[in-house]
Design a protein around this ligand. Structure first.
Ligand code: NAD
Ligand code: IPM
Ligand code: MN
Length: 359
């Protein structure tokens, strides 16, 4: 049978709680397939840092890179914890993984499943995917400060956009659009102000569009995109955008499609040179950690993205179907109830899948 080496990084806070359910679901989804997952658990995050002072050692990185894929819960401690002030876990761990493993596509689908309440009065059919660039933009750490701490401080954080980096993520977004029913791509940027980076993105989208006559293309400034995400989200199919705009838009996208407890993501290296990494969009939620209050659905839907990436599309569909059924069952008398504990949700999803898959 096919052996798949999976690195698992549960992380901090609710990370280990939701990852436990995701791993359960992964096993149940693939019992009928001729595959065998070999899991290696990596203890990384704020907890590890407080114990050892390590954030992500070169050895950790090398060991993780030797896997076929990565499943991550969430990392990070309580915001403002003074012991973590200089740990820089987000940059030193999460971004280091994304950059070192060349996760240039950050894939973040938004689907408003039947029965899920939306804060929007008339959301319509919400089913779009954000293709967020993952290795460039303002995230690269190309900055510095002078006269720090004085009244004359100057702090720069310079966005890096390369033709190579933009073109590869734009091409990926066109491929995603081509594979969908609506075949529509929206570039989101701020070309009216960020003329250099925006101009590069716009030119590359226009050039690549010529190779995809079946895909319709439009453009929105990022500020206007936030209006339409709230006023008319069904106008979106595929959004391609830079790292920071994509970060902000995908939290908004999660909010309009059932909340952060349902939002999944994949950090993808489409070349297959490095393992791709799948994780819920949410963080470690220290406010609810250790209480079995976290919704594991975002982590479970991230497993579906992982299975798709590995070519196990039937197993991915089994996970999604079970999640959709579980979500529908949460809606009683028109009211969405999410009062079960973390492992109860995972168990319910596993039960739906095994009942269906083993008959
Ligand atoms: P957060 O996403 O952890 O929490 C925001 C709010 O959403 C909280 O009220 C939390 O209880 C709730 N929430 C999050 N996930 C939930 C779930 N599955 N079910 C139910 N409720 C859920 O964001 P934050 O509070 O800004 O960050 C906490 C820590 O996580 C910080 O250290 C931050 O840097 C880190 N973080 C990590 C990642 C990651 O690992 N990918 C992403 C974002 C934030
Ligand atoms: C996310 C998170 C990360 C990001 C942080 C924790 C570095 O917000 O995955 O959306 O900004 O990409
Ligand atoms: Mn974010």
């Amino acid at each position: 049978s096919r052996q798949i080496k999976l690195a698992v990084i549960p992380g901090d806070g609710i990370g280990p709680e939701v990852v436990a359910e995701a791993v359960k679901v992964l096993g149940a989804a693939t019992v009928a397939d001729d595959v065998e997952f070999a899991l290696t658990w990596f203890s990384l995050g704020a907890t590890r840092f407080l114990e050892t002072g390590d954030v992500l050692t070169d050895d950790d990185l090398g060991a993780i890179a030797a896997h076929d894929a990565i499943l991550l819960g969430a990392v990070g401690g309580v915001p403002g914890d003074p012991r973590l002030a200089n740990a820089n876990i987000e940059r030193g761990l999460l971004l280091r993984l994304r950059f070192s493993l060349d996760h240039y596509v950050n894939l973040r689908p938004s689907v408003l499943f039947p029965g899920v309440p939306s804060p929007l009065a008339a959301p319509g059919n919400v089913d779009f995917v954000v293709v967020r660039e993952g290795t460039e933009g303002p995230y690269v750490g190309n900055g510095g400060a002078i006269r720090q701490g004085t009244a004359h401080e100057v702090a720069n954080e310079v966005s890096v956009n390369t033709a190579f980096g933009v073109e590869r993520v734009v091409r990926y977004a066109f491929e995603v659009a081509r594979g969908r029913a609506a075949k529509h791509l929206t570039l989101v940027h701020k070309t009216n102000v960020l003329v250099f980076a925006g101009g590069l993105w716009q030119r590359i989208v226009t050039t690549v569009a010529a190779e995809y006559p079946d895909v319709t293309v439009d453009y929105l400034h990022v500020d206007a995109a936030t209006i339409f995400l709230v006023s008319n989200p069904s106008r979106f199919d595929v959004i391609v955008t830079d790292n920071l705009f994509g970060d902000i838009l995908t939290d908004l996208a999660a909010a309009i499609s059932g909340g952060i407890g349902l939002a999944a993501s994949g950090n993808i290296n489409p070349d297959g040179r490095f393992p791709s990494m799948f994780e819920p969009v949410h963080g470690s939620a220290p406010d609810i950690a250790g209480k079995q209050l976290a919704d594991p659905t975002a982590a479970i839907l991230s497993v579906a993205l992982l299975l798709d990436h590995l070519g196990l599309t039937d197993a991915a569909a089994r996970v999604r179907d079970a999640v959709v059924a579980d979500i529908a069952a949460r809606t009683e008398n028109g009211a969405f109830t999410a009062s079960r504990g973390t492992s109860a949700v995972g168990d319910a999803i596993v039960t739906r899948m095994t009942d269906k898959g083993l008959q």
